[in-house]
Design a protein around this ligand. Sequence first.
Ligand code: ATP
Ligand code: MG
Length: 493
Amino acid sequence: MIKQFIDKLLRKAPGGSAARARKPNFGKRQDVPHSVHGIDPALVDKRAVDVVRTLQEAGFEAYVVGGAVRDLLLGLRPKDFDVATSATPEQVKALFRRAFIIGRRFRIVHVVYGRGREHEVIEVSTFRAYMDNAAAEQVAGNEKTSKSELAGMTHAVDSTGRVLRDNVWGPQNEDATRRDFTVNAMYYDPQTQIVVDYHGGIKDAKKRTLRMIGDAATRYREDPVRIIRAVRFAAKLAPLGFSLDPKTGAPLVASQALLADVPQSRLFDEMLKLLQTGHAIATIEQLRKLGLATGIYPLLDLVVQRADEPFVKAALMDTDRRVAEGKPVAPSFLLASVLWDDVRTGWNRRIEQRQHVFPALQDAIDEVFDKRIGDVSGRGKLAADMREIWVMQPRFEKRTGSAPYGLVDQPRFRAGFDFMRLRADVGEIDEALAEWWQEFSTTDDLRRQDLIDQVRDEQKSRTRKAAPGAEAAPRPARLRARAPAQDLSLIHI
Ligand code: ATP
Ligand code: MG
């Protein structure tokens, strides 16, 4: 790694000047008026407008930037608003009552409006200076880089080895050139309604082209996560008629190997963005179309591989639908769906080996975690949530006595129920079971008792039919524990 890094320095920046010699194209500023871009001011978040106005009144440049401008141009309501400014983080912080400087390597300010669940964050970043490639590649997320390696990058670090490079402020045109796609690199001033565009973003938006700023292969090398972002935006914007510019798309496959250097945690986060921002099905289509169906991240490979299986497909579609309806989505739910097949296989195998139903399930889950998500084992909450969803499944079969009351009071009941509902939707379990729980979970105690009585009556009449004349007696728990395989009649796995 050190050798590689030194090679890179020697190759690209002898004496620290080669990067300067290959000056990038910072584009040409175009001030595009409303008559051309047609952004509907009603779609612009009031709080973002407030942030921009406050900064401008204090004498700074400030604009709505990035994805929000892209979405506004396309007539979409942006899901969040970022602001870019010439003010430093300290200067921004001083202007707002509730503003927090976040991050070290990449310092930004969160300006917070409202409280509790309703609170809204406007992310404010200072215009950043253009980085030469060597610095960019280091800063882009290669966390394996040691402090001493970084210390060699005089412009990128301070005396303690901390990466400063990404906190070097610069003019707006340099900030624009650092961004990824031309349609993501525009600045909107809500006061004058002018869009500032350096790289032909407006033209590309009109032509429905997703184009990387600069040389695509170089930009993927600087930050390989841009490969994944290309897929994400291609998927998101495909319904609007967008496609990747050929020069942006061509180096994707060859660049994919660079992802090996990206920290697993960052890849995992990007995978979740692919799957959870409302375009999961379209993303899988793009991954296949672009030749990236495997190799980005092991779990993602599995998602793509299983995307056409009814249960996984239903989970992906459900996720897309929830996002479209503005409902929250949890990664645990989708991942639990994708890995459900492995859990069921391991569970069945153990039950066949005469292990009791519940420990068999726990052991099967452990096995799946070991095999499939070892690399995100740091994500305790995610794994715990997935386990809870799975462990709840056999409990849905117990609908007598106090068991249903206990289950419905579980904090994660809803996720477990939604999962079970999906199993019913694809015919894995009886639809009537899902209906029963839907009713039980939403009604009053009187009706709940009635529902439990109904199940008891049904079970009684089934037992009578099976053994005419015999009195239906509940099977002792002791017996169940000894003969787990018999429980399979109840547990439709
Ligand atoms: P979304 O609507 O999905 O949030 P977005 O474009 O806002 O899309 P973000 O990840 O929120 O995407 O990033 C905000 C902006 O920051 C982008 O529009 C882009 O200009 C810039 N950006 C983010 N990540 C990168 C990157 N890896 N390389 C270059 N620019 C980036
Ligand atoms: Mg965004």
